[in-house]
Design a protein around this ligand. Sequence first.
Ligand SMILES: [Zn+2]
Ligand SMILES: [Zn+2]
Length: 151
Amino acid sequence: MDRDNEIERRLKSANLRTTEGRTRVLDHIKRIGQPLSVPELHEFVGVQVPLSSLYRIVSDLVDAAVLRKLEFAEGFARYELDEDLAEHHHHLVCTACGSVVDLALDAIEARLHQTVDDIAATTGFRARTHRLDFFGTCASCATAVAATTAT
Ligand SMILES: [Zn+2]
Ligand SMILES: [Zn+2]
């Protein structure tokens, strides 16, 4: 698969061997399709990879441009595949339970690109990429809040 070849190429050029720990981290991140914190990754990868090694693995993978680090003002970082290894997307961040879900916004990407052109025309700033994340309550947290206020 193309993406896997590209991941392998980036690991090689960063002089990172394919280790059990790295493979498990990447497999999980590819499968789960949402940005994960290191403790969340640890739950999956298991005790054979100590938390300290996991932080190291993740930071090496960021340096190799395989993962990208995201911060949502939660006080810790989350990690997902680097943007050009994944589909371009945005995030829905629940500030009540802390869940973060990926969201593609195909309907407005064309308008965003037009906006990027307008920004370049008016300010000279050339945006290479953009981030647009939404903060609020997820469906189950919204339901819980509604139930509490109803009584
Ligand atoms: Zn929630
Ligand atoms: Zn976008």
